[in-house]
Design a protein around this ligand. Structure first.
Ligand code: BGC
Length: 358
């Protein structure tokens, strides 16, 4: 009797699985057998996440997995419900680039109950013990490279200065933003203390220079206000530390419309097409290049190892504590791109075609 009930249940479960599949991409007749992996990306608005998502999808499929790829329009509630669906639809593993690192605790507790391993992708998911591994670029190094670029570009160790600096970082809910800011400030703070770098606006601390949602329009608005208050009288702005390309883009738009002095040194990150074009046009000095293909390959290796019951490649077990303990991580190395090396880095490597940058 018991056995009969069980087999009926099993049949129902199997039929349900066949009918429901997982999200938009079903694990049906075309299934490649490795199991279903849910990939949750924050937004389609920024170029990089589209690349991350499609690289992940392509590489996971090539490794024999089915993929449920979702984008959440930078809306936390949407991301939570997408992850809930991934869990209830039978995903065996979750790869998540969070919108707000602290908002996934409840849904990830469900993943943990269902014994679904979770990889935090690019951004660390905070305060959840469901996070198994983390794969990213070395975020602190992104910041130090931006800082070092500024030191070199202005020759801060030799030039008399002082130079005027303004600072733009990212979303306070994104753990990466603190690492980018922290890395850059660890390099630049000494020059600020010496008086060689002066922040005329006085806007220096993380919360003040943060940009909600990494939104270009918000960065633009703050830069416009800074220009009209501190640089409208012809005062030279020498350098703007921008943690990424979307903030740099806003800053560049504000300068273009409202600033008449010599163009400042401006940093960025991601090598977005619009920013590389600005780099070629002399409106952005550098961008950190994080090859999303490298990260995807690394994460697929992680997924594959975990799915097969093995140990994934890890190269950092000290930097990333998410509030529940250290999350074993793999950090890829970022490099800087500027007008001198972008062809080799971005075109020769097949990341972009020459036409895309015209
Ligand atoms: C990523 C950056 C990106 C930013 C905005 C960060 O978490 O690491 O590459 O520019 O989010 O999307």
């Amino acid at each position: 009797m018991k056995r009969k009930v069980l087999s009926v249940l099993l049949c129902v479960a199997m039929a349900a699985t066949m009918l429901v599949g997982c999200g938009s991409k079903k694990a049906d007749a075309g299934s490649s057998g490795g199991g279903l992996v849910g990939v949750a990306m924050p937004t389609k608005d920024l170029q990089r996440w589209n690349q991350d998502g499609s690289n992940m999808e392509k590489e996971l499929k090539a490794a024999g997995y089915d993929v449920d790829l979702q984008y959440a329009s930078n809306d936390v509630a949407t991301q939570v419900s997408q992850i809930e669906n991934m869990i209830s639809n039978g995903c065996k593993m979750l790869v998540i680039a969070s919108i707000d690192g602290e908002s996934l605790g409840t849904v990830l507790a469900q993943a943990k109950d269902a014994k679904i391993p979770v990889i935090a992708y690019d951004r660390l998911i905070m305060k959840s013990d469901a996070v198994t591994y983390y794969a990213t670029f070395d975020n602190y190094m992104v910041g130090t490279k931006q800082g070092e670029y500024i030191v070199k570009a202005l020759d801060l160790d030799n030039a008399a200065g002082p130079f005027n600096l303004e600072i733009f970082t990212g979303d306070p809910g994104d753990n990466n933003a603190r690492f980018f800011y922290g890395g850059a400030m660890d390099v630049l703070q000494k020059y600020i203390d010496e008086g060689k770098l002066i922040v005329k606006s006085g806007q220096v601390d993380f919360e003040t220079v943060a940009t909600a949602n990494w939104d270009s329009a918000k960065a633009q608005e703050r830069m416009e206000n800074i220009i009209s208050s501190y640089y409208a009288d012809g005062t030279q702005l020498d350098v703007v530390l921008c943690s990424n390309d979307s903030t740099a883009f806003g800053v560049e738009n504000a300068l273009e419309a409202n600033y008449t002095g010599a163009w400042p040194v401006i940093t960025g990150q991601d090598c977005d097409i619009a920013n590389v074009k600005n780099m070629i046009a002399g409106k952005q000095s550098m961008s950190i290049f994080k090859d999303t293909r490298t990260l995807a390959t690394q994460v697929v290796a992680m997924v594959d190892a975990v799915m097969k019951g093995g140990e994934p490649p890890i190269n950092d077990t000290k930097s990333y504590d998410n509030g529940t303990g250290i999350i074993p991580s793999y950090l890829c190395e970022p490099v800087f791109a500027d007008v001198n090396n972008y062809k080799e880095l971005l075109i020769d490597s097949g990341y972009y075609t020459e036409d895309q940058l015209k």
